[in-house]
Design a protein around this ligand. Structure first.
Ligand code: CA
Length: 225
């Protein structure tokens, strides 16, 4: 978390922030309007963005919305004026991770940056987590949630999902699933696979009769998404 992009049209503000952040070993880049800020974020891939709300060309909301679409993991702290406090909610709804109200002290800003860095670090430690709509699966720690509620999956169902996720979009034949998940010497019957898939669908699909995650490819096998 060392490279910080400041998107702010008040030049004095940028100069002050840059000076203070660089003094603490952050590397700082700056853009003075929303459009340039958006492009700089895409090109330079900063670790964090300080984003002013009222900006020429694209305002802070629009930049935030665009960036969260392109780079969902990029942490954004909104810089807002006291009078804009009512609008902060909008910023947070658009995906901003935090906000700070002007005028703020450098120490307060640094504390926010550090807190956000810790949160982001924790997030990337969530290795093995996959999200598909309202479904969350951790194929390493063996837990799954649907609409936030834990669901019970059998070890073999995790293995199936792990294989499907690894090869998302690819058609996997029943024979291959049988071989990889059940092993050579168990029931040599592809109907076993179909029965297990049907059961798994009842657990993870919104409407098992119209599956959107595990798709049947007739005469061949299955495809995930
Ligand atoms: Ca401004």
């Amino acid at each position: 978390m060392n490279k910080i992009l400041i998107v702010e049209d008040e030049k004095n503000m940028v100069t002050g922030l840059k000076f203070n952040l660089e003094a603490r070993d952050y590397s700082v880049i700056a853009a003075y309007d929303g459009e340039a800020g958006y492009r700089m974020a895409i090109d330079e891939k900063p670790d964090l963005v300080l984003l002013d709300l009222m900006l020429p060309k694209l305002n802070g909301y629009e930049v935030c919305k665009l960036l969260k679409k392109e780079m969902p993991d990029l942490p954004i702290i909104m810089l807002t004026a006291k009078s804009q406090e009512a609008e902060i909610v909008t910023g947070l709804e658009l995906g901003a991770d935090d906000y700070i109200t002007k005028p703020f002290s450098v120490l307060e800003l640094l504390a926010r940056i550090r807190a956000l860095s810790r949160r982001v670090k924790k997030g990337t430690e969530e290795e093995g987590v996959h999200r598909f709509g309202n479904l969350e699966i951790n194929v390493k720690k063996y837990y799954a949630r649907k609409k936030g509620e834990p669901i019970k999956l059998l070890p073999r169902e995790y293995e199936l999902l792990r294989l499907f996720i690894e090869r998302q979009g690819e058609i996997i034949s029943r024979e291959e699933l049988l071989k990889k998940i059940w092993g050579y010497d168990s029931f040599p019957d592809t109907r076993t696979v179909d029965a297990h898939i049907a059961k798994l669908r009842r657990k993870i699909e919104d409407r098992p009769e119209e599956p959107k995650l595990i798709i049947t490819v007739h005469g061949i096998g299955y495809k995930f998404l």
